[in-house]
Design a protein around this ligand. Structure first.
Ligand code: 48H
Length: 255
């Protein structure tokens, strides 16, 4: 078999240029590839939307890999069990209503589902700002590569367009903060104390369009709303991602 180094390089550069330029114009941009973003990506792409996940780290999965305090197990309550089943994630019942799954299997299967459904992934890519024009909506994202962000080099970013953006950046609610920082009319209350049952009950209501064109999802939804945290129970993240996919579809059809 012949293998030429320059051909390998061209294969990567040309393929990535073709795919990334095709995905510069999206139905739904999901910022953050944690559990809520992955579920949202899988379900929105399955629904036929043009979806990309923008993830600043090398790997997607966010805070799910480490389970609880580095022990690679997650708990999912009864309400979220059907989503474990839907994504083929095996679990065992610890006590009635407490389903335990491998955190590694969970990330792998959610990621595979999003890929299979046709979502595209831009890892090592960080969102640093939003596009807001005369219609007052978030209509795009300003992106840079994570190595540029980490080194603080003065390199101008690129921009992509999206009918809807989902802020799935976890505790930091990064996209919501971009809007706030630039003077957008948005209130971020900040995450509250640990109260698992309350946090998990209320997260669906907090998963909503928090600014025109911007949906808060997963832990970011609770952080924006001033809601409690929940520790390593992940049903709310899965359900929030599912709800965000439904909202994103409705909003993208109106734009
Ligand atoms: C691109 C970015 C940027 C950026 C961040 O934290 P996550 O896992 O988010 P969720 O909401 O899907 O899940 C939260 C869960 O993991 C968790 O932390 C829980 C349940 N905590 C409970 C508790 O009590 O502590 O993933 C967010 C992802 C990460 O992969 C980040 O790297 C990524 O977003 N991200 N991607 N551009 N500017 N900022």
């Amino acid at each position: 078999m012949q293998l030429d180094e320059v051909t390998i390089s061209r294969a990567i550069l040309e393929t990535h240029a073709e795919i990334s330029s095709r995905y510069l114009d999206l139905d739904i941009a999901i910022v953050g590839g944690g559990p809520s973003g992955l579920v949202c990506a899988a379900l929105a792409a399955e629904d036929g939307r043009k979806v990309a996940v923008i993830e600043k780290k090398l790997s997607v999965g966010g805070g799910m890999w480490g389970g609880g305090m580095t022990f690679p197990r997650i708990v999912v309550q009864e309400e979220g069990k059907r989503l474990l089943d839907q994504f083929g994630i095996r679990s065992r019942v610890y006590k009635p209503g407490y389903h335990v799954a491998s955190s590694v299997e969970s990330v792998a299967k959610l990621t595979a589902a999003a890929c299979d459904a046709g979502a595209e992934f831009f890892n090592l890519t960080s969102v640093e700002d939003v596009v807001i024009k005369e219609d007052g909506r978030v209509s795009g994202l300003v992106i840079t590569t994570s190595p540029v962000e980490m080194t603080g080099l003065h390199v101008d970013p690129l921009t992509l367009a999206a009918k809807v953006t989902v802020d799935a950046t976890g505790h930091d609610a990064v996209v919501a903060h971009c809007v706030l920082r630039k003077g957008g009319d948005i209130t971020i209350h900040g995450e509250s104390f640990m109260w698992a049952e309350r946090a998990e009950t209320n997260i669906i209501n907090h998963t909503r369009e928090i600014f025109p064109g911007l949906i808060a999802c997963g832990m970011a939804a609770n952080a924006v709303a001033g809601e409690a945290r929940m520790g390593p129970v992940f049903g709310g993240m899965l359900l929030s991602g599912e709800h965000a996919a439904v909202l994103a579809r409705e909003i993208s059809e109106r734009v």
